[in-house]
Write a protein that binds this ligand. Sequence first.
Ligand SMILES: *[C@@H]1O[C@H](CO)[C@@H](O)[C@H](O)[C@H]1NC(C)=O
Ligand SMILES: *[C@@H]1O[C@H](CO)[C@@H](O)[C@H](O)[C@H]1NC(C)=O
Ligand SMILES: *[C@@H]1O[C@H](CO)[C@@H](O)[C@H](O)[C@H]1NC(C)=O
Ligand SMILES: *[C@@H]1O[C@H](CO)[C@@H](O)[C@H](O)[C@H]1NC(C)=O
Ligand SMILES: *[C@@H]1O[C@H](CO)[C@@H](O)[C@H](O)[C@H]1NC(C)=O
Length: 188
Amino acid sequence: MSCLMKFFKFCCITTFVLLLIVAATFVAIYFTILKPKNPEMVMQPVELEGFSLTSILPPILHVKLGVTVTVDNHNYGSFKYENGTTYIKYRETVVAEALIEGDTLPARAKHNISTTVNLSADKLVLNRDFLMDYNSGWLNVTSTTMLHGRVKVLKLFKMKATTYSNCDTSIDLKNQTSVSFCNHKIKY
Ligand SMILES: *[C@@H]1O[C@H](CO)[C@@H](O)[C@H](O)[C@H]1NC(C)=O
Ligand SMILES: *[C@@H]1O[C@H](CO)[C@@H](O)[C@H](O)[C@H]1NC(C)=O
Ligand SMILES: *[C@@H]1O[C@H](CO)[C@@H](O)[C@H](O)[C@H]1NC(C)=O
Ligand SMILES: *[C@@H]1O[C@H](CO)[C@@H](O)[C@H](O)[C@H]1NC(C)=O
Ligand SMILES: *[C@@H]1O[C@H](CO)[C@@H](O)[C@H](O)[C@H]1NC(C)=O
């Protein structure tokens, strides 16, 4: 009788310890592999790819901006993001926009989406501040991209994320170079 009791006690303890190990293993796997992690969708500094101002009256202006968004998926699952748009604003007025085409990134992959945007002269020059900016030697534009997507790990764990990227670009009219400052934030 006492022998049987001892056997049951041993069985109980062994089972309990095994269950603990299995549970700990699952928790560890969840936090290292399965748990969805924040995907990154970040705009790179906007580049000035072309600029020409051949005349002020009548205005003949061509500005070509290169926009690159880097999408980085740290997950052991795919990340699908939807179509998005980059808006270029000049003094609070949207002067151009470009499509950021949606795609699916496989597990632990990273890629760049690049587009070029042409700024239309009429929209810029119609702005009553244009001449003032022209005289100051700087043309400043703001680019904004919002992207929305979801992470899926093993069809079980899902996470939605929306990112907002912003770049302030100053175009130096004298030597036709540009500097950009970007920042971004993410929302779930
Ligand atoms: C995304 O944009 C492309 C190109 O304009 C279009 O063909 C596609 O239907 C769009 N997808 C969605 C989900 O709107
Ligand atoms: C994406 O673009 C950035 C900046 O232009 C560059 O540093 C990076 O190497 C590119 N990454 C890939 C995966 O092409
Ligand atoms: C921008 O303008 C250039 C010529 O000025 C043209 O070749 C190019 O296709 C245009 N790009 C877009 C996206 O409209
Ligand atoms: C445009 O950017 C330049 C350089 O960053 C800055 O000195 C200037 O004040 C800005 N102009 C306007 C109108 O914001
Ligand atoms: C362009 O001019 C600005 C000052 O006007 C200077 O800070 C900048 O370094 C120049 N860029 C190049 C590439 O020469």
